[in-house]
Structures are given as structure tokens and as C-alpha cells.
Design a protein around this ligand. Structure first.
Ligand code: SF4
Length: 384
């Protein structure tokens, strides 16, 4: 099976209060980090894997200049066997990108660009303390279109306190009007330890009610489906269109890289906090950029932890990852992988969830219903 390569760029212009991805704002470390990352590529074994996706995420990769991104991609090609037609994605933020930069990314081989716009409304951007403005968003989208990337993805956030259905619909409308191939709609979460999570605990921020969140989610699903965006994962929608006289292909615009995470494909993560999975092992790097760099300068891999998943953990992972996708858990694959009978094993749980209208199970797949999609974690817990 072809593998994915993820590179975590741990820098951001400022720290958004809801974010629990690892990043720092100290720009003085860019160059030393880059040297460490290149060293890590030389150190880490690829276990005979062949890669067909590269995802440069973060953090905010676009805080690095074109030369740095170019250096990273060149080094990836030198260090790993890369398929002939790889999907190469870079995440950018609207205020840290220029037309010249985008052109440079394209020359470097990037064919998919993902812009973290979050909302087209300045009151929402202010609440999220994003460093960009609405006009930065329009400018970045115009530049991306002008550069002519094969694939454009836009990220939106819903469930922001004060957000109305009308303003959410307007976000969706403006996103669709930009004709991206991919749209992600992420629910705002109040992660423990983040300023937003702490604000909630202190009563400074009041989250949207579950009922309103469900309404916005349903609004997105219906609106996007009506405009040709097929949902393939809880938060992800890909535009389905016929390509050069071939039949309609809903999979064409899906994120090939993210699909690897949800289908047990092997992936290697480089950079601070990055995770890797090569069945049955999971391993992850130090969070601290300093620790990461010190290890590499001393000739050690910057690995913080390693875990070998047992059969039961693998099964739970298969259920969790399968249920995230709209097609659900492929029962044959599950049965063959674990030498089990899924239907017999989870008979009572399935009956209970079906009765509550949270899952649908056929002979071939077991999937969440739209109602079940917002309850993924508690539904997975019922399989344990
Ligand atoms: S820009 Fe993205 S990665 Fe950086 S703090 Fe904000 S949400 Fe997190």
C-alpha cells in the first residue's frame, strides 16, 4: 500500500485561542529548524515504503519563504521513493502568502493548496483571533486561482458563539463561489488547556447550543450536496465532476493524503509533534522545537514515544476511522483483518445504535447516520 508523508512546520504568526496544534511564534528558529528537518529526513527509515502523498501542514507553513519550501521538497525527493504522480499539499494562511510565493510553490511541485480561511465575516475572525482579514482571504483566493493550482481546498469553522445560520450560509456561499475542489467544515471545539477551553470553564465564553450546532452542520451538508460537494468524511466535502469524458468521479477531489489516516495506510510524520503509523506501530516526535533540534544535532531520532497496538486497539482504531468516513466500516475488510465476524461481535451495540437512528448497517458497511456524525466519540465508546 502506498504511504503518506506529513511534514509539520511548527510556526505561526500568532496563536489562535482555540487551537491545540503545536506551534510557536519565535521566527528566529526558522533556519535551525529547517536544518534539523532535513537531517531528520536523512535519519528516518522509510521501511521500504513508497509514498504518493506529501502534506506540508502545521502551524503555518506559509510563514516559511519559497526557498525553504523548495529545499524541503527537494530533500523529500532525495530521501524517499516518491510515486510518479504524487499529491503535494501545502497549507497556507491568507495573510502569510503572496502571489510570488504561490507561483514558487507551484514551481516546487505543489499541486494542492489548502487555505485556512475559517470565515468570511470579520466578527467571526475577530472572535477566533485570526491574524488575517476578510480582504486577505479574497486576495489569497484570487492569487491561488491566478497561479492555477490543480486543487484548491478551503477550511471553514462553524459553531462560533454568535454565528447565525444566515452568516454561516453566507460563508458557505462565498466558499462555493470561489470554486474550490475541496471544502472542510470544522466544528469549533473548546479543547482543554487552550485559552478558549479555559474561557469556557471560567464562564467567559458560552458555547453554541448542541441544537444550533446540529442545525449549522445539517445546513452545510445540504447546501454543499446541492452544489455538487460530496461529503466523504465527517468534516470533508469534495467537488464531484466529470473529467475529460470520464464518468462522474466523486473520489477525484478527495484529499488523498487525509484518506490514508482514515484507512490504515502507513504514514510517516516529520517535524515536532508529528505522528507516524506503520502497522502495528505508532510513534511520535517531541513537541518542543528545541528538544527536537537538540536530538537531531546529537545524531538521535527525535522520537518522544512509541506504541505497538494490540489486536483490540487495532480493532477500535478500525471502528473509529471507518465511522469517520461516510461510506463507513468495510465489514469484509474488518472481518479479514481481525479474523472476526463484525455483525456477530457487535450485534447488541449495532441494534441499539440503529434503533436510536445513529448508525446504518448493511452486509457490506456500517456507517454513521447524519445524526450520528456529531456523536462519533460517544458512539465509538459503545463498541468497547
Ligand atoms: S494559524 Fe492554524 S495552526 Fe496556527 S495557531 Fe491558528 S489555528 Fe493553530
Amino acid at each position: 500500500m502506498l504511504a503518506g508523508l506529513y511534514i509539520h512546520i511548527p510556526f505561526c504568526v500568532n496563536k489562535c485561542p482555540y487551537c491545540d496544534f503545536f506551534s510557536i511564534t519565535d521566527t528566529s528558529l526558522h533556519s535551525a529548524f529547517l536544518d534539523a528537518l532535513i537531517t531528520e529526513m536523512q535519519f528516518i527509515r522509510h521501511e521500504g515504503l513508497q509514498f504518493d502523498t506529501l502534506y506540508i501542514g502545521g502551524g503555518t507553513p506559509s510563514v516559511l519563504d519559497v526557498k525553504s519550501i523548495d529545499r524541503i521538497i527537494e530533500s523529500v525527493h532525495r530521501s524517499y521513493p516518491i510515486d510518479t504522480e504524487p499529491e503535494i499539499t501545502v497549507e497556507v494562511n491568507p495573510d502569510t502568502v503572496t502571489l510570488e510565493q504561490l507561483k514558487g510553490y507551484q514551481r516546487a511541485g505543489i499541486n494542492r493548496i489548502n487555505i485556512g480561511i475559517q470565515s468570511f465575516h470579520s466578527n467571526n475572525l475577530r472572535f477566533l483571533k485570526r491574524s488575517h482579514s476578510v480582504s486577505d482571504i479574497h486576495q489569497a483566493i484570487t492569487w491561488a486561482a491566478k497561479t492555477g493550482f490543480e486543487k484548491l481546498g478551503l477550511d471553514l469553522i462553524y459553531g462560533i458563539p454568535g454565528q447565525t445560520k444566515t452568516s454561516w450560509l453566507s460563508d458557505l456561499q462565498q466558499a462555493v463561489a470561489s470554486e474550490p475542489q475541496h471544502i472542510s467544515c470544522y466544528m469549533l471545539t473548546f479543547e482543554p488547556g487552550t485559552p478558549l477551553g479555559k474561557g469556557r470553564l471560567k464562564g467567559h465564553v458560552v458555547p453554541m447550543t448542541d441544537e444550533n450546532i446540529c442545525d449549522l452542520y445539517e445546513t452545510a451538508r445540504t447546501f454543499l450536496a446541492d452544489r455538487g460537494y460530496i461529503q466523504y468524511e465527517i468534516s470533508n466535502f469534495a467537488y464531484a465532476h466529470a473529467i475529460e469524458s470520464q464518468p462522474l468521479n466523486p473520489a477525484h477531489n478527495q484529499s488523498r493524503h487525509n484518506l490514508k489516516y482514515w484507512s490504515f495506510a502507513p504514514y510517516i510524520g516529520l517535524g515536532p509533534s508529528a505522528h507516524s503509523f506503520i502497522e502495528p506501530k505508532r510513534f511520535w516526535n517531541h513537541l518542543s522545537v528545541e528538544k527536537y533540534m537538540v536530538d537531531l544535532t546529537k545524531g538521535r531520532l527525535p522520537i518522544e514515544g512509541i506504541e505497538t497496538l494490540n489486536q483490540e486497539q487495532m480493532m477500535m482504531e478500525a471502528i473509529y476511522l471507518g465511522l469517520r468516513q461516510t461510506k463507513g466500516i468495510p465489514i469484509d475488510v474488518f472481518n479479514n483483518m481481525f479474523n472476526q465476524n463484525f455483525h456477530a461481535m457487535f450485534k447488541d451495540t449495532i441494534e441499539d445504535l440503529e434503533e436510536k437512528g445513529l448508525v446504518t448497517c448493511s452486509q457490506s458497511h456500517c456507517a454513521l447516520t447524519p445524526k450520528g456524525m456529531l456523536l462519533l466519540d460517544s458512539i465509538v465508546a459503545m463498541f468497547i
